[in-house]
Design a protein around this ligand. Structure first.
Ligand code: FAD
Ligand code: UDP
Length: 380
């Protein structure tokens, strides 16, 4: 079969590789001048530091097969993400852990004492938290909420935390020990030569051809036996029903001669600081040595028609519009929607790869049986 993959990010690359290995002819198109989508990394011209061009990316997973898959194509170096936050003129450790609690309240509590103390701070009248704000008040109490989460979240999402679902905060743990690893997955690391090199290796197969600077339009569906589309779902339909809401990011780059902040990611919890965080890229490659440093100040804002979409918003209005686009997508026959933009979901890289592997296998099974290929393999 002659299959087209729209998008050369992890979704397109992984599905493309699986289909190529199964004997299909694969064409991968990307509108951008580079591969690896939003995970794209490149060496900075000025400092030679490996830069995460579209924001910091740390690989973490519990999925053994996905971990083995990425390690097949590149070497991963050990890397543990330890995030700090600046608030009220001090630096604290994230995610909230025993050090954060003791430092913030000027105490020397043991784990069980801290647990009881935080429970006293918490608003236990909230039985089933629905919003981000309720979740924060219920589990960390007002003081932490206001110092670390309220301002940051307002900047990140452009609305009050009471308008956001609790699920956004549920991504972050609260710990009653000194473990300051931002993630709790079994496997965590950084590709030694960056994500672009990893995706390049996945795409390195004689049956795969990649065309950059090439935008796909649905008029081209007939040119292929099947299309996997990892671009924006609403974009596929030329935004006929309106635009699905996204946040976009802006990065203000600056260089520094030395070590600017001593860690890879420094968050800014207060609304009075206009950016959400500063990323110092050389700390993502602690095995390399660089005198000079390159940093990005990160600003979040509403995504306009010409911006890069980053975070799907998925509030009530967006979900209603999503349902209408999904209905349209399900009418189509030779196209499957995949990935972060094609399914309009916040997906970490490991989940993106898992869904891509499942979509490719589902496709191959159905094709072998002669069954119809669905528009979505993953739940949208
Ligand atoms: P993308 O990488 O977005 O690729 C889609 C590609 O399709 C793009 O290159 C685009 O140019 C192309 N395209 C779109 N429309 C068309 C068209 N019509 N024609 C041709 N090409 C088109 N995940 C983690 O696991 N750890 C992290 O630390 C992490 N940090 C993140 C930080 C930020 C700021 C963001 C926004 C995301 C982060 N992620 C992280 C998630 C990660 O970026 C995604 O999992 C991953 O990029 C999804 O890959 P994808 O292939 O689905 O989409
Ligand atoms: N968050 C916050 N303060 C922080 C870090 C995170 O308020 O210092 C909130 C913010 O709303 C964010 C959410 O918690 O969207 C999830 O955090 P995570 O670090 O997972 O964000 P992401 O990786 O999506 O940028």
């Amino acid at each position: 079969m002659n299959v087209c993959l729209v998008g050369a990010g992890f979704s397109g690359a992984v599905i493309g590789r699986e289909l190529a290995e199964a004997g299909h002819k694969v064409t991968i198109l990307d509108a951008r001048p580079h591969i690896a989508g939003n995970c794209h990394t490149r060496r900075d011209d000025e400092t030679d530091v490996m830069v995460h061009v579209y924001g910091p990316h740390i690989f973490h997973t519990d999925d053994q097969e996905v971990w083995d898959y990425v390690n097949r194509f590149t070497t991963f170096k050990p890397y543990v993400n330890r995030v700090k936050t600046t608030s009220k003129g001090q630096v604290f450790s994230l995610p909230v852990n025993l050090h954060t609690i003791n430092q913030f309240f000027g105490k020397t509590m043991r784990p069980d004492e801290a647990r009881a103390f935080i429970e006293e701070q918490a608003d236990t009248s909230i039985e089933d938290p629905q919003t981000f704000e309720e979740q924060a008040l219920r589990f960390v109490g007002r003081e932490f909420y206001e110092a670390f989460f309220k301002g940051y979240t307002q900047k990140q999402w452009g609305c009050h935390p009471s308008e956001l679902p609790a699920s956004i905060l549920k991504r972050l743990p609260v710990r009653f020990d000194y473990n300051d690893n931002y993630f709790f997955h079994r496997f965590q690391g950084m590709p030694e030569h960056g994500y672009t090199r990893l995706v390049e290796a996945i795409l390195d197969h004689p049956s795969i051809s990649v065309r950059l600077n090439t935008r796909f339009h649905r008029d081209q569906l007939g040119e292929y036996d099947h299309v996997f589309y990892s671009g924006p779902l609403d974009g596929f339909f030329d935004y006929e029903l309106g635009r699905l809401g996204y946040r976009t990011l802006e990065f203000e780059k600056f260089t520094y001669n030395g070590d600017y902040q001593g860690c890879a990611v420094m968050n800014y919890g207060e609304a009075s600081v206009p950016y959400t965080r500063i990323t110092e890229h050389k700390h993502f490659s602690p095995w390399e040595e660089h005198e000079a440093s390159v940093c990005y100040r990160e600003y979040s804002r509403e995504c306009g028609p010409d911006d890069v979409p980053y975070y799907p918003i998925r509030l009530v209005n967006e979900k209603a519009l999503l349902v209408r686009y999904v209905e349209q997508a399900e009418q189509l026959e030779n196209v499957t929607f995949v990935g972060r933009l094609g399914t309009y979901k916040y997906l970490d890289m490991d989940v993106t790869i898992r869904e891509a592997l499942d979509a490719a296998r589902g496709f191959l099974d159905r094709q072998a049986r002669g069954d119809q290929i669905p528009a979505f393999f993953a739940q949208v």
